[in-house]
Write a protein that binds this ligand. Structure first.
Ligand SMILES: Cc1cc2nc3c(=O)[nH]c(=O)nc-3n(C[C@H](O)[C@H](O)[C@H](O)COP(=O)(O)OP(=O)(O)OC[C@H]3O[C@@H](n4cnc5c(N)ncnc54)[C@H](O)[C@@H]3O)c2cc1C
Length: 386
C-alpha cells in the first residue's frame, strides 16, 4: 500500500502552501472570520483567481479535473490557516461535483464553467428545523408538480452561505406516499433570489463571517430544467457524494491539526516561566506529543479513505471513520493548544481559539459523531439502533 504523493501532487501541495502564506496567512484568516455576517468575498475571489473552484470538476465543462487526493491536499493546506473558512470552497466543490454527476446536460453546460471560475456559488439546503440526523423522517419541505415545473414550500436551516449564493441545491419531498421515506425526495437547483424565498442568518460560534442561514420557501417556482437527476431518487444520488464530503471534512480537520501544532510549537519556544522556555516543561511536551500522534492518526485514516475512493474501492465506513477521528482529535488538540498558550489562548488575537471554535462544528455536521458511530457499528453486523 502506498500513500505517497506523486511528483505532481507534491508540487501542487507546495504551490498551495506558498499561496496560503502569501494570500491568506493566519492573521488575514483571523480578520476574515471575525467579521460576523460579512461574507469574505475577498477570500472567495482569491480562491477563484487561483483556480481552486475548478479542482475536481470535469475538464469538458471548464474544470481542471483532479482526483480526490488532489482535493484532499487542497482542503488540508487551506485549513492550516483558514480553518473553517476552508468550507466556503468545500460547499461549492460539493455542489459542483453533484451537479457534474446528476444535472441535465444543458444545466451542466451552463453552470459548471461558472462554478469552476468562481462566478457563482451554490449552497446546500438539506437540513430542516425539525431534525438533521433524521433528515428523511423529518423532511416537511415539499415540491408539487405544476405546468413546466414545481412549486416548493417549507423551511430549511443551516444552509451555509445561502444568502450569497445564486442557487440553492435543495432537497424536497416529491412523493409523500412513497413506500420508503428515501424513495420520495428530489434534488432541485433553486435560483436565488426567487419570489417566495426569504433568508435569515443565524449567529453562531465559529466561521462567523460565513453566514449559515434559515431559508423560508413559500410557493417558490422552480422550472423542470432545474431538477437535478431523477425525480424521487434524490436521496440515492446524495449518498453517492457523501463519502467525498466526509473525506474533505477529515482533510480540513487534519489541516486544523497542522495549524494548531505549528502555533503550539512556536509558543513553547517563545514563552518563558521560571527562567526557562515553557517548552522545557515535560507536561507541555507530552501535550505536544499527543497532538502529533493525533495528527498522525487523522492523516493515515484520511489518506486511506481518499486512496480507496480514488481506486474505486468501497470507502463508506473508512470515510466516516476518518471524519470522526480527524474532527475529534483536532478538537482535543485545539483545546490543549489553548491550555498551552495560557491566557493568550483565550484572546481573540491568537488563532488557537479560532481553530477551537471552528472545529467544534465538525463533530456535528455534516453527520454527527453519534450517527457516524452507528454507521461504523452497523458495518460490524450490529442491528440498526434507530
Ligand atoms: C454551522 C453549521 C453549518 C451547517 N451547514 C449546513 C449546510 O450548509 N447545509 C445543510 O443542509 N446543513 C448544514 N448544517 C446542518 C448539520 O448537517 C446538522 O446540524 C447535523 O446533521 C445534525 O442535525 P441537527 O442539528 O438537527 O441535530 P439532531 O439531528 O437534532 O441531533 C441532536 C442529537 O441527537 C443525536 N442523535 C440523533 N439521532 C441519533 C441516532 N439515531 N443515534 C444516536 N444519536 C442520535 C445527534 O447525534 C445529536 O447529538 C450545518 C450545521 C451547522 C451547525
Amino acid at each position: 500500500m502506498d500513500f505517497g504523493f506523486t511528483d505532481e501532487q507534491e508540487q501542487f501541495r507546495d504551490m498551495v502552501h506558498t499561496w496560503v502564506e502569501r494570500e491568506v496567512p493566519k492573521e488575514k484568516a483571523r480578520d476574515f472570520e471575525a467579521q460576523e455576517f460579512e461574507y469574505p468575498f475577498e477570500l472567495w475571489d482569491k480562491m477563484s483567481a487561483a483556480g481552486f473552484h475548478a479542482i475536481g470538476l470535469p475538464e469538458e465543462h471548464g474544470g481542471q479535473g483532479g482526483d480526490v487526493v488532489t482535493q484532499m491536499i487542497l482542503a488540508r493546506e487551506l485549513a492550516r490557516s483558514l480553518a473553517g473558512l476552508t468550507w466556503i470552497w468545500g460547499i461549492s466543490s460539493f455542489c459542483a461535483k453533484s451537479a457534474a454527476l446528476f444535472a441535465p446536460e444543458e444545466l451542466k453546460k451552463e453552470l459548471i464553467p461558472k462554478l469552476a471560475a468562481g462566478d457563482i456559488r451554490i449552497a446546500i439546503s438539506l437540513t430542516e428545523p425539525s431534525g438533521g440526523t433524521d433528515v428523511l423522517g423529518q423532511m416537511k419541505t415539499s415540491a408539487t408538480k405544476v405546468d413546466g415545473g414545481w412549486r416548493i414550500s417549507g423551511q430549511k436551516i443551516w444552509s451555509t452561505a445561502a444568502h450569497v449564493s445564486q442557487y440553492l441545491m435543495l432537497v424536497a419531498r416529491t412523493d409523500p406516499n412513497a413506500a420508503k421515506a428515501a424513495r420520495g425526495v428530489t434534488i432541485f437547483l433553486v435560483p436565488n433570489p426567487s419570489e417566495g424565498i426569504e433568508i435569515r442568518q443565524i449567529p453562531k460560534v465559529g466561521m462567523r463571517s460565513v453566514g449559515s442561514c434559515e431559508v423560508f420557501l413559500d410557493d417558490v417556482f422552480v422550472p423542470d430544467t432545474h431538477v437535478v437527476g431523477e425525480v424521487n431518487q434524490g436521496w440515492y444520488q446524495m449518498l453517492q457524494t457523501l463519502n467525498n464530503e466526509r473525506i474533505m471534512v477529515a482533510a480540513l480537520c487534519t489541516g486544523i491539526l497542522d495549524g494548531v501544532i505549528e502555533d503550539a510549537v512556536d509558543y513553547l519556544g517563545q514563552r518563558s516561566a521560571f527562567g526557562k522556555p515553557i517548552g522545557q516543561f515535560q507536561v507541555l511536551q507530552h501535550y505536544l506529543a499527543d497532538m502529533v500522534m493525533w495528527r498522525k492518526q487523522a492523516e493515515l485514516v484520511t489518506y486511506e479513505a481518499a486512496w480507496r475512493q480514488q481506486k474505486g474501492l468501497p470507502c463508506g465506513v473508512e470515510s466516516t471513520m476518518a471524519k470522526v477521528i480527524a474532527s475529534e482529535h483536532a478538537g482535543k488538540a485545539a483545546d490543549l493548544g489553548i491550555q498551552m498558550l495560557g491566557g493568550m489562548g483565550y484572546a481573540l488575537e491568537t488563532n488557537m481559539q479560532r481553530y477551537w471554535r471552528d472545529v467544534r462544528l465538525y463533530r456535528i455536521g455534516p453527520i454527527t459523531s453519534e450517527m457516524a458511530r452507528n454507521v461504523v457499528a452497523e458495518s460490524y453486523g450490529m442491528p440498526r439502533s434507530f
